[in-house]
Write a protein that binds this ligand. Structure first.
Ligand code: SAH
Length: 256
């Protein structure tokens, strides 16, 4: 008999931001697989269930192991940070399973989580009120030219742009190229929000403009939200206008 795989998004940080349904799915697991720091994030949940941790860039091995264990009848939980379907483990597991003739015998479910962009948007104010694009600046799997072409298209389409995986110690070039393109095409006063470690210890949130972006402080625990032409900073919050016709001065006068 074949087992099952639950692919679980555990949210951006502390456990209160993980969906209750995801915690219930963990309860049903015989074994939990994940990247070490995500297992750390859920360390206090069901410590009695065995865990198998693995490092970054071991996603293929992790997915293969999940399939192997499920093939032996185990109920396997695979955890991913944020939402498992957004730069997470979900796609890889389906892709590998698709190569097995008996792949359909293993039941797979994906449980959604709060992804970094919604976590960041909530902390920044309301920057995603209109169309937006998510772009990962990691050139580990996608060539830099492709990333920059997508960024170019998103800027020209006047999308609000969320930048995942912005910059690491070893990988600074994509971020430098992206900043140059943003400055060239959006201008130096375009609002940008930076959220570091959302809903985790050490959380930092700031709204600034492109020319003042503190580039050296940007790391892999940050997500950036670059506003579009309708984004402003109002009372310290980043707000993208959706187009409602409002007249704040008239409103204030009538309330006096
Ligand atoms: N599946 C995850 C994304 C994984 S890619 C999700 O849905 O959120 C990893 C990138 O996500 C990080 O480099 C960072 O850009 C972003 N990220 C994830 N969690 C974050 C957090 N708590 N605060 C800020 N950015 C975060």
């Amino acid at each position: 008999m074949s087992g099952s795989i639950s692919i679980i998004g555990i949210g951006p940080g502390t456990l209160e931001w993980m969906a209750p349904g995801s915690a219930q799915a963990l309860d049903r697991a015989d074994v939990i697989l994940g990247y070490h720091s995500y297992l750390q994030q859920i360390a206090s949940l069901r410590p009695d269930i065995p865990r198998e941790g693995s490092g970054m860039r071991h996603e293929v091995e992790r997915a293969q192991r999940a399939i192997e264990l499920a093939g032996k009848g185990k109920r396997v939980a695979v955890v991913s940070g944020g939402d498992a379907g957004i730069y997470g483990m979900a796609g890889l597991i389906f892709e590998i399973l698709g190569g097995f003739p008996d792949g359909h015998l293993i039941q797979v479910e994906v449980l959604p989580g709060i992804t970094a962009l919604t976590a960041a948007a909530a902390l920044l104010g309301a920057p995603l009120m209109t169309d937006f694009a998510a772009i990962s600046l990691s050139d580990y799997l996608i060539p830099l030219d492709t990333i920059l072409n997508r960024l170019d298209a998103a800027i020209r389409g006047d999308f609000v742009i969320c930048l995942y995986n912005p910059r690491s110690h070893q990988r600074t070039k994509p971020f430098d190229c992206a900043c140059k393109k943003l400055l060239d095409l959006c201008g130096e006063n375009r609002p940008v929000g930076v959220v570091q470690a959302a809903f985790r210890a050490g959380q930092q949130v700031y709204c600034t403009v492109l020319k003042d972006l503190p580039c050296l402080q940007i790391g892999m625990d940050c997500i950036l939200v670059v506003g579009n032409t309708s984004t402003r900073i109002l009372n310290g919050k980043m707000v993208t206008s959706r187009g409602y016709r409002i007249n704040c001065k008239e409103q204030a006068k009538s309330e006096l």
